[in-house]
Design a protein around this ligand. Structure first.
Ligand code: SF4
Length: 233
């Protein structure tokens, strides 16, 4: 935010600068989408974020969650920001240990009924329930004894039944995945900017097979490039 405070300034940066600044904030593809989004905002909306869900959803990298969060927190408009904490709190009030694996329209419209219609209050509701889910109604160890809505919480009042969607949940491993391999390669290129294939292979500490698969996918995604046996962002 300090370095590129406006869409216009971010749009003018090089993708390599953006990837280096992004560091390990999350999937590096998001950094490129963010910059594509800045360019689209400059080209289509004179450098100002649009204020409707429909328009926000046309921007690169902006899905339903991001559009809803922008409407609530940037513009203080009526919006349901169904993040993992809010979904869990509402599921508990409804009698479930955890929400279903995938969101449904029914879940969305159910959640919308709780969001205040009073102007300027929806964002506060979203922020409060998010915080409540992060601090009190947590996934593993909810602090029900401190909870102000214990009396109206169906899950608590029915004896905390087991998660009925447990069989559908997958635990994501990281070690040994291509995501891990891609992360190692990106980390070295952020550090050294440009490396030969041999240097990058050695510094990444990956097997040749994993290395090749990871650099190929990073090149395909436009996150790194190869020029005369040298890799760079
Ligand atoms: S009683 Fe427990 S499970 Fe129910 S909303 Fe409160 S903290 Fe969450």
């Amino acid at each position: 935010m300090e370095r590129w405070p406006t869409p216009d300034s971010l749009a003018q940066a090089s993708p390599a600068e953006v990837l280096i600044a992004w560091d390990r904030l999350g999937y590096p593809r998001r950094a490129l989408r963010l910059q594509e989004c800045a360019k689209a905002v400059v080209a289509k909306y004179h450098g100002e974020l649009p204020r409707t869900r429909e328009e926000l959803l046309t921007l690169p990298g902006v899905g339903e969650y991001t559009a809803d969060a922008v409407l609530a927190f940037a513009f203080h408009l009526h919006s349901v920001v169904l993040d993992t904490n809010i979904r869990r709190v509402l599921a508990r009030w409804n009698g479930q240990a955890l929400p279903a694996v995938h969101q449904t329209k029914a879940e969305r419209s159910h959640a919308a009924k709780f969001v205040p219609k009073v102007p300027d209050r929806a964002w506060l509701w979203n922020a409060s329930i998010m915080e409540f889910g992060a601090l009190i109604c947590t996934a593993r160890d909810p602090k029900c004894e401190q909870c102000p809505v214990q009396q109206s919480c169906t899950w608590f009042q029915t004896g905390k039944p087991k998660d009925s969607f447990a069989h559908m949940r997958k635990t994501q491993k990281f070690i040994g995945t291509q995501r891990e391999a891609r992360g190692k390669i990106m980390a070295q290129l952020r550090l050294h900017q440009s490396l030969t294939e041999l240097e990058l292979l050695e510094l990444s500490t990956l097997s040749k097979e994993r290395f090749t698969a990871a650099v190929d996918s990073l090149c395909q995604d436009g996150l790194i490039r190869k020029n005369n046996d040298r890799y760079s962002l």
